[in-house]
Design a binder for this molecule. Structure first.
Ligand SMILES: Nc1ncnc2c1ncn2[C@@H]1O[C@H](COP(=O)(O)OP(=O)(O)OP(=O)(O)O)[C@@H](O)[C@H]1O
Length: 310
């Protein structure tokens, strides 16, 4: 059975009359990378702060590693990067972590291990203030890794990272999850995390609008057909999937809906003597899905094709 590491039940935080987090019920399972996704101001940080026991919910409840948020038994097994940890500017990266480790009663060896994990060993003796934004962010992740926590909570950890830094961080999170660590990561940049998340929760205006696997959130995707003569191909395809699901685009016939119909469509086209040049699946990126979910508008036609063509 999958073990639940974090769960919330109608978790709500109000500031005045406004609900920053509105009845959010989510579940994070052991060993998964869970992406908590939503635009700026959606309520991600407020939710994570409640999970860490930094603020109290107005109503609803949460459990973290079997305890109430902020309970010592939960906090000791959780590493967090939220709103930039307070580092001493004149101390080196290593000394900053040593201060933290000492404060938390952890071994010095933990510090070097954490620095190595985020690839900061070579810069361990440089003053924190001389670090680039990306290095500062990596040191924040290293601080969260101190004590080898079971649960990592990272609020927008990719902020300030260049593409190489993001790729490194993604690999690190995948490695950690591979070792059984649970990672809860928030982001407003969906393309950055969609490859590494086992499941995602999408939040907008304080409400969780969906929670599922990346594949499920992406939905069924589209098929593209390039065939001649186009008119006959259109008619054949429409007969199978219905008129409403077929659009003629510059890249061919787009079919929205059930991509498992691909073999049937191919067979029918060939059976009708149509010359089939191409039949391919264009899965939607999470960004496209997210755009739909959070704006209630459809993705501009051909957006999926543009992306997959490049
Ligand atoms: N202490 C506070 N007092 C009043 N309003 C707050 C407070 N903290 C957060 N909010 C409001 O709650 C909403 C959610 O903010 P939150 O920081 O959780 O969003 P977010 O999804 O983390 O966005 P971002 O990525 O910009 O941090 C915002 O409208 C914010 O202005």
């Amino acid at each position: 059975m999958t073990e639940t590491v974090v769960s919330t039940d109608r978790l709500t935080k109000r500031y005045g009359s406004r609900a920053a987090v509105d009845s959010v019920s989510l579940t994070v399972r052991r060993g998964e990378v869970y992406g908590f996704l939503g635009p700026n101001g959606a309520g991600k940080t407020t939710t994570l702060r409640m999970l860490l026991g930094l603020i109290r919910p107005t109503s609803g409840s949460a459990r973290v590693l079997g305890h109430r948020p902020g309970a010592p038994a939960a906090t000791a097994r959780t590493g967090a990067l939220i709103e930039g940890p307070g580092f001493y500017p004149y101390l080196s990266g290593r000394d900053n972590l040593r201060v933290m480790a000492r404060y938390r009663g952890l071994a010095e060896t933990d510090v070097d291990l954490a620095l190595a994990r985020v690839d900061l060993t070579a810069h361990r003796r440089s003053a924190f203030r001389s670090y680039s934004l990306g290095m500062k962010q990596r040191l924040g992740v290293a601080a969260a890794l101190l004590g080898r926590p079971e649960l990592l909570v990272l609020d927008e950890p990719t902020n300030g990272l260049d593409p190489a830094g993001m790729a490194d961080l993604r690999q690190l999170l995948v490695d950690l999850a591979g070792q059984g660590q649970t990672v809860l990561i928030s982001s407003h940049l969906l393309g950055e995390v969609q490859e590494i998340c086992d499941r995602v929760g999408v939040i907008r205006n304080g409400r969780l609008i969906t929670e599922s696997t990346v594949a499920e959130v992406r939905g069924t995707g589209s098929l593209y057909v390039r065939a001649e003569p186009t008119g006959t191909a259109l008619a054949v395809v429409a007969r199978i999937v219905g008129d409403h699901a077929v659009t003629l685009t510059a890249r061919g016939i787009r079919i929205d809906g059930d991509i498992s119909l691909a073999p049937e469509i191919a067979k029918a086209l060939v059976g009708q003597g149509v010359l089939l040049h191409e039949l391919r699946v264009a899965e939607r990126t999470l960004e496209e899905v997210f755009f739909e979910l959070t704006t209630n508008e459809s993705v501009p036609a051909g957006a999926g094709a543009r992306r997959t063509d490049s």
